[in-house]
Ligand binder design. Structure first.
Ligand code: MF3
Ligand code: CO
Length: 248
């Protein structure tokens, strides 16, 4: 069932999104060679607590941490680790913030120190693909219009789009209907209506889109070991166009 949110409910999600956006800005200032993703995870726990918010991912289907920290060939759902980040790594930090029962979800890929030309271009194209998807998130369009815009741009730049993990509606639950694939034909799927709130979260790989899961049951890696990046926002569909709740 697709639930539409009222303006008041969207305002609550926007308040959660504001905290999340501020948290990502703080993380951006901390990412450098030598820092561990476990330190980032602890920072996020403390930061959210200081704002009266809860890390929704912790305990979700048994997921053990506040953040997912996905380094280099890890596509998503990587565990924070005590291992230091290295110069040249790329790392995606993903989290869901719960403020007074309303959620916001955003992931951001960060360059650690000086990254290769190849990694830089992957980050830039992945971020741009997110914003091209967001442009399609308007009343009257269909989910497939978002999917198609992302896939077309990603593939025209020589990258593959991950199939196994997709965006979703969000509200008081992390994963609501409809699903939001980042690939597929235009003009298909559910029609976008005012009051829908969805995530758009493309994961792009330099090589194949095929994944393998580590023995920990969570960490998803590219099957060929190639680099993977991800950017994610939570977006409300409004009469005035897409409202990005996690960019404030
Ligand atoms: N934030 C993720 C998403 O974008 C969900 C993470 S799965 C969890 O949908 F179990 F780690 F929470
Ligand atoms: Co997320």
């Amino acid at each position: 069932m697709i639930t539409l949110k009222t303006k008041e409910q969207i305002a609550k999600m926007k308040a959660a999104g504001k905290i999340l956006a501020e948290c990502h800005r703080q993380i951006a200032g901390k990412i450098r060679p030598g820092v561990t993703t476990m330190e980032i995870d602890r920072f996020v726990e403390d930061f959210l607590a200081s704002r009266g918010a809860i890390p929704e991912q912790k305990g979700y289907h048994g997921y053990p941490y506040a953040t997912c920290a996905s380094v280099n060939d890890v596509i998503c759902h990587g565990f924070p680790k005590d291992e230091p980040l290295n110069d040249g790594d790329i790392v995606t930090i993903d989290m869901v913030v719960n403020l007074d029962g309303w959620l916001a979800d955003s992931a951001w890929s960060y360059a650690v120190g000086q990254v290769s030309e190849e990694a830089r271009r992957l980050l830039d194209v992945t971020k741009r693909s997110l914003y091209l998807g967001i442009e399609q998130a308007v009343v009257g369009n269909r989910i497939g219009d978002i999917s198609h815009a992302i896939q077309t741009y990603a593939e025209s730049n020589g990258y593959s789009v991950v199939r196994q993990f997709i965006g979703h509606a969000i509200g008081q639950e992390m994963h609501e209907e409809p699903q939001v694939p980042h690939y597929g034909p235009p003009h298909r799927g559910p029609r976008l209506k005012e009051g829908m709130v969805i995530t758009i979260e493309p994961m792009l790989n330099i090589g194949t889109f095929a994944c393998k899961i580590d023995p920990d049951g969570w960490t998803a890696r590219t099957a060929d070991g190639s680099l993977s990046a991800q950017y994610e926002h939570t977006i409300a569909i409004t009469a005035d166009g897409p409202l990005i709740l996690t960019e404030q």
